[in-house]
Write a protein that binds this ligand. Structure first.
Ligand code: GLN
Length: 492
């Protein structure tokens, strides 16, 4: 079969179970595509062909022996922020260019236990700080829809790999939008789960109180399959919550759009810099949901203006603390010929970290320093609580909240936005992380340059099933999620 990359996860699952094709055939098919097409997209940092084929053979044996899960033999790409035993884990940084983890992240281990085949590790902004994937030490990943544009970030490699059909689905992480925004820029579905739903063990920390892993895939249905693997309590992550996990696949039709109350935040649709095409596509998608029986309810989210400053204090503050472990001593990059211990620290860190990361370490350290701690960090934490309360109040009256995922479509590579311009692009995603809520991006059309536009639906805590289900209903009634970039149509 030459079009295995066009099959959905359910079709792959059924095809493998029904012996229509083997995991080896499927894995070889993807490896061939990566070898041929990824030179243009540059989504992979590491391709693990040999290991993938061994996993595929083991999967085929398990299927024959009747020991398969619904995902046994299905390939996946992991964001290079998740530790993989015996395989390089870089977090997009020179600092970790030589880091081979001695253990697997929990979500990687769970994937292996479910029989998933790891194709490799995909590119990202350095330490997940960014919105374009350009800050990666390994160079910029390209947007499959327009190769001179960015795929978004920080999970840009995860999104680009799926959009170019170089992996059927992938893992990402979202600290302030890094699953939803690249999914939006690449015309994909991506879910950021409730904080604590997915284990952070073995996921290199950026801002620990905001970080959350989740799936990037073509459809809500595909995301549901991966959520069934990723979600759940993990004793190795103290912030992981011990709460029953839904069967996200079984629940795909569990929520009816009929009668669904969708909150439309007044403040969100007048944001400076909201692109006219993005606004129009998002409004059209809401109209469609209305036709399907939803009720649109105008709501107030009064704290909108505080999102960017609050996030850009808390995230760098936590990052400055988390990244202090990269000191050139125990692992990671170490400078040549250090004169003394201070020289070792200083040069290892200034040579090992890129510019954006250094900037954030400086801002975060400043915000946490004695004398400024109360004025910046503590104040930001208080505002964070107000932002959360704003959402909770809204959820008294609505089931989900709608917003664009990003004010624009994908930027041009090298657009060189100032940090402030870049940070303002996160306006629609970061509050969700500050509040710890789940949210999903769904593709809803294209702008005048044929770049994808995404709708974001934000849910109340633990409403992943509901979000996936609503998007699934929408995707049953529309076909935006089936559109493919020209490069994805290329055969290997
Ligand atoms: N763009 C945001 C930032 O740079 C979000 C990144 C993320 O979610 N990892 O912090």
């Amino acid at each position: 079969m030459t079009d295995l990359h066009r099959l959905s996860i359910r079709e792959l699952s059924e095809g493998l179970a029904g012996a229509k094709f083997s995991s080896r055939e499927l894995t070889e098919h993807y490896l061939k595509r990566i070898a041929k097409i990824d030179a243009q997209v540059q989504s992979y940092v590491t391709v693990t062909a040999e290991q993938a084929l061994a996993q595929a053979d083991a999967a085929d044996a398990a299927i024959k022996a009747g020991n398969a899960t619904s995902l046994t033999g299905v390939p996946i790409a992991h964001k290079d922020i998740f530790c993989t035993q015996g395989i390089k884990t870089t977090a997009g940084s020179k600092m970790l260019d030589n880091f081979i983890s001695p253990y697997d992240a929990t979500i990687v281990a769970k994937g292996k236990a479910a029989g998933l085949v790891t194709l490799g590790k995909v590119n990202m902004d350095e330490f997940a700080m960014g919105s374009t994937s350009e800050s990666s030490y390994f160079g910029a990943t390209k947007n499959p829809w327009a190769l001179d544009h960015v795929p978004g970030g920080s999970s840009g490699g995860s999104a680009a790999a799926v959009a170019a059909d170089l992996a059927p689905f992938s893992t990402g992480t979202d600290t302030g939008g890094s699953i939803r925004q690249p999914a939006s820029f690449c015309g994909l579905t991506g879910l950021k789960p409730t904080y604590g739903r997915v284990s952070r063990f073995g996921m290199i920390a950026y801002a620990s109180s905001l970080d959350q892993g989740g799936p990037i895939a073509r459809s809500a249905e595909d995301c549901a399959y991966l959520m069934n693997v990723m979600a759940g309590h993990d004793a190795k992550d103290s912030t992981s919550v011990n709460k029953d996990v839904d069967d996200y696949v079984a629940n795909l039709n569990g929520t009816s759009v009929k009668g669904l109350r969708i909150g439309i935040p007044k403040q969100y649709f007048n944001v400076h810099g909201l692109d006219a095409d993005v606004k129009a596509r998002v409004e059209e998608s809401l109209k469609k949901l209305e036709e399907m029986g939803a009720t649109l309810v105008e709501i107030d989210l009064n704290m909108t203006e505080a999102y960017v400053p609050t996030y850009y204090l808390i995230a760098p503050a936590e990052a400055s603390s988390n990244l202090s472990r990269f000191d050139g001593v125990r692992y990671g990059y170490r400078c040549e010929d250090p004169k003394d211990i201070m020289d070792l620290y200083k040069r290892s860190r200034s040579e090992g970290f890129g510019k954006e990361v250094q900037q954030r370490i400086l801002i975060g350290t400043y915000a946490l320093s004695a004398g400024y701690y109360d004025a910046y960090y503590v104040k930001a934490q208080k505002v964070r609580r107000l932002i959360q309360q704003d959402f909770l109040k809204a959820f008294e009256n609505v089931d989900v909240i709608a917003a664009p995922s990003a004010p624009t479509t994908a930027y041009r590579i090298g657009a060189n936005l100032s940090p402030v311009e870049m940070y303002l692009g996160d306006i629609y995603t970061i509050a969700v992380n500050l509040a710890g809520l789940p949210a999903i991006n769904a593709p809803v059309g294209f702008d005048k340059d044929n770049l994808p536009v995404g709708l974001q639906l934000i849910g109340n805590y633990w409403s992943e099933s509901q979000l996936l289900s609503v998007v699934h209903q929408y995707q049953q009634a529309t076909d935006w999620h089936t559109k493919r970039a020209a490069i994805a149509e290329e055969n290997a």
